[in-house]
Design a protein around this ligand. Structure first.
Ligand code: GLU
Length: 318
């Protein structure tokens, strides 16, 4: 008897908003596309609120995100996960990285990093104004405690990047190589206030949740390279990456959370219907432009190959 071919693993995606403001039309686009992609493949979708930064996160914004997603017609599988409830796993991963000698304590202040980065050193041309940490504290301290005792300062932990570029295979942007030394250098995995940094938290939480597809804005494309290093270092399987272009307003400016007039809450108050936003996202993503359709009615239209590589333009000024 012929053996059945192995079943493809079920697609597990996620929406991972940070509750640092109201959702705008750019978030709506990335989240709709992530949702369509997963639902089109019969997969599962997790909603994880990335609230680690308690100085910026607010409960009212978490509630607003849930409200906006539901208004758009998006659903998720299981309970909403609050990232701050699970930091214990990030700390365990941090310990593993320290034990493996892949991360080190750094006591440099932001100002010192800026100054060190401005000093001439070979092969580290800045990319689009990024400050490249030149590894000042590499190999200096045995541990975080050692760094803090020796200097009387609070220490962060940084992951030591490799000398060679990191190859990222993206389902939208194709094959890319990132020389991370030119994109900030050794990156922070634990902040000076002791909280897990974004890069570590996202990898540990996606890894633990079995996420195998990450669709998000292409402002995080370089972070995919950093995160790949962490997946490998922690022996976790890396998800497939799909980075979608961001949204700009009619003046060509990238949307930011503080720009109120493109927030879903304001658009809704101004009388806009969810189906109009769904139609705009569909049309700007190479899908048929229906009118009056719920997000769920367009699942079959989604085709990742048709998503344009250019920034999408929301027709209204922000
Ligand atoms: N929480 C991050 C943000 O809102 C996104 C994380 C991710 O998708 O990897 O910018």
């Amino acid at each position: 008897m012929d053996a059945y071919p192995p079943l493809a693993p079920k697609v597990r995606g996620r929406l991972a908003p940070s509750p640092t403001g109201r959702m705008h039309i750019g978030h709506a686009r990335s989240f709709l596309l992530a949702w369509w992609s997963v639902r089109a493949q019969g997969g599962e979708l997790l909603l994880r609120i990335e609230d680690l930064d308690q100085t910026r996160a607010r409960q009212s914004w978490s509630d607003g995100i849930v409200e906006d997603l539901a208004w758009l017609g998006l659903d998720w599988d299981g309970e909403v996960v609050m990232q701050s409830d699970h930091t214990v796993h990030s700390f365990a991963a941090r310990d593993r990285l320290m034990e493996k000698g892949l991360a080190y304590a750094c006591v440099c202040s932001r100002k010192e990093v800026r100054e060190a980065a401005n000093a001439p050193h070979e092969g580290l041309g800045p990319v689009s104004g990024e400050v490249n940490y030149p590894g000042t504290c590499r190999g200096k301290y045995a541990s975080l405690e050692d760094a803090e005792q020796q200097t009387g300062r609070k220490a962060a932990l940084r992951f030591q990047i490799p000398d060679k570029p990191v190859h990222v295979s993206d389902g939208i942007f194709g094959e890319l190589d990132f020389a991370l030394a030119n994109h900030g250098g050794d990156f922070v995995i634990q902040r000076r206030d002791g909280l897990p940094a974004y890069q570590l938290g996202v990898v540990v939480d996606d890894g633990r949740s079995g996420i195998n597809e990450v669709l998000r804005g292409n402002d995080l494309l370089v972070s995919a390279a950093r995160q790949q290093l962490l997946y490998a270092a922690l022996d976790l399987p890396c998800p497939s990456w799909l980075h979608v272009p961001l949204v700009a307003d009619s003046r060509g400016e990238r949307l930011a959370k503080r720009l109120g007039s493109t927030s879903l809450a304001e658009l809704r108050e101004a009388g806009m219907q969810a189906h109009e936003i769904v139609a705009w996202v569909a049309q700007s993503s190479g899908m048929k432009t229906p009118t009056g359709c719920a997000a769920s009615e367009l699942v079959g239209e989604f085709d990742v190959a048709k998503i344009p590589h250019q920034t999408a333009t929301w027709p209204q000024p922000s």
